[in-house]
Design a protein around this ligand. Sequence first.
Ligand code: HEC
Ligand code: HEC
Ligand code: HEC
Length: 130
Amino acid sequence: MKRSLFMSLIIAALAIAMALPLYAAGKAAPAGDIPVQGPEGMKTTKPVVKFSHKQHTADKCVDCHHKKAGNNDNAKCNTKGCHDNGTAKTGANSFYAAFHSNNPRSCVGCHKAKKATNPKAPTACNQCHV
Ligand code: HEC
Ligand code: HEC
Ligand code: HEC
């Protein structure tokens, strides 16, 4: 009786130990290009940008997925409560600012910062909006 309880505890501990790394790793970065969609109902004026993880393997996941540490799901940028404002051009909830502000986590912000050392990081509108 005691022995089987002990075994169950061992098995439970093993199951948790094996599940943890899976949880910590989260979803892998998709291999293909991802069209970055605005909040629902947002009017768009430019060709939708297709983001490629393959072009960004030098960056850490959390450089962009900056809520990942506390929330392991690599949520979409337009998630409610995140960059869900489709009209504002500035501010933390602005969808536009998430990609164009000078914050080093935004596409343009990081590319501007890296430009000096890496000319391959594009900052012209039509290099992203193709
Ligand atoms: C480094 C990449 C990058 C560059 C450079 C860039 N954008 Fe964007 N832009 C994005 C991303 C990503 C989005 C969000 C996804 C989308 O709407 O395509 C976006 C969204 C937008 C939007 C809101 C959506 C829409 O279609 O109306 C506008 C407006 C916009 N960009 C204008 C510009 C203009 C003007 C420039 C040049 C001054 C520019 N962008 C340069 C990446 C970029
Ligand atoms: C340079 C910025 C950047 C880096 C670095 C990055 N990602 Fe992403 N990732 C994005 C963008 C942008 C999207 C598209 C988000 C959207 O559609 O709103 C995305 C989407 C995803 C998605 C799909 C989310 C969904 O619900 O569709 C997953 C999963 C993901 N990334 C995982 C990762 C992992 C794992 C890493 C590190 C190995 C990583 N990403 C590194 C910018 C980045
Ligand atoms: C943390 C920094 C960082 C962020 C954030 C970032 N990028 Fe980049 N991006 C880079 C660097 C560095 C390069 C140059 C890669 C290379 O050396 O080939 C690059 C290259 C690119 C290229 C050109 C690739 C090529 O070889 O032609 C595109 C397009 C691009 N990024 C789009 C985006 C978009 C769209 C976003 C936002 C959703 C984004 N990037 C966010 C760092 C970043």
